[in-house]
Design a binder for this molecule. Structure first.
Ligand SMILES: C[S@@+](CC[C@H](N)C(=O)[O-])C[C@H]1O[C@@H](n2cnc3c(N)ncnc32)[C@H](O)[C@@H]1O
Length: 264
């Protein structure tokens, strides 16, 4: 059961197809949620960071009429193709080839000029980067996003997070290791307050920050439809179901890069 309406993404009903192309909780619902919170409008220049196959990026181009540059530095773990090749394929399928460009790049080394983008969006990416490379690297990513966003521009960050409670005793696996799987989640995931604080330290003004009302519904959906969860039902899917929203959550922070005091 979801708590909020999704007028744009509810038309896309094939969850197996959506989760085959996306790789985090929420799929297109998450993307619609973020787009509405960021107030995206036709024609603006958006940078999307950590796009995987770019399925959600194509949704933004199609449903919100934005011009998007999508970044992903990695290759697909299943077929070895660069994610941006999948993005290009999806752009044709969605009919948005003229609105999107994919670059095999990541944060924090984007090489864009300062003050380039009206909007920056990133979901289910920076927390993984922190899990692999640590808190200093995460801060460098936020600093870079701040640098390339124009003054007055909006950055929408959505991340798997955890509630501000101790890890339940039966879920100690979360703090048992490293990497992208549940073993590394205590290292990767933060609370909403910690994430707000990191954004403030980078210079952003916080417009809105909270745990998403549908956080558990997104995780639940992910555990049922993600191809890797389906392939190993006794693995990650079972752990997510065991959690049941006691520790796992999903948070969003909508921020603005302040304009200099003497500008209009
Ligand atoms: C879990 S997927 C998230 C996909 C999608 N944004 C979503 O919300 O489901 C994270 C993506 O971030 C990419 N990634 C990893 N390191 C990155 C970096 N330093 N900068 C940008 N993207 C990165 C990975 O290749 C992967 O495709």
């Amino acid at each position: 059961m979801t708590a909020i309406a999704y007028p744009k993404s509810s038309h896309y009903t094939d969850l197996a197809a959506i989760y085959a192309e996306c790789s985090g909780p929420g799929g297109l619902r998450l993307t619609e949620f973020m787009a509405e919170k960021m107030n995206l409008r036709p024609g603006v220049r958006l940078l999307d960071i950590g796009i995987e196959h770019g399925y959600q990026t194509c949704f933004l181009a199609k449903e919100y009429g934005v011009q998007v540059i999508g970044l992903d530095p990695d290759d697909d773990r299943a077929d070895g193709l660069p994610h941006i090749e999948h993005f290009s394929r999806n752009a044709s399928v969605w009919g948005v080839e003229n609105q999107v460009i994919g670059l095999k790049l990541g944060v924090p080394e984007t090489h864009f000029a300062a003050n380039t983008f009206d909007f920056v969006h990133s979901t289910t990416t920076l927390e993984m980067v922190r899990g692999f490379f640590g808190a200093d690297f995460y801060r460098k990513c936020l600093d870079e996003i701040y640098r390339i966003l124009r003054p007055g521009g909006i950055f929408g960050l959505g991340e798997p997070m955890h509630l501000d409670v101790p890890i339940p005793a039966d879920l100690s696996i979360y703090a048992s290791g490293e990497g992208a799987g549940p073993e590394g989640w205590a290292k990767a995931f933060a609370t909403i307050a910690e994430t707000e604080s990191a954004c403030r330290t980078a210079g952003f003004e916080i417009l809105e920050a909270a745990y998403a009302p549908d956080a558990w519904a997104w995780w639940d959906e992910f555990s049922r439809h993600d191809p890797y969860c389906k392939a190993t039902p006794e693995g990650e899917a079972k752990i997510i179901q065991q959690d049941g929203g006691r520790w796992l959550s999903f948070g969003y922070v909508i921020t603005r890069k302040p304009k200099p005091a003497n500008s209009y």
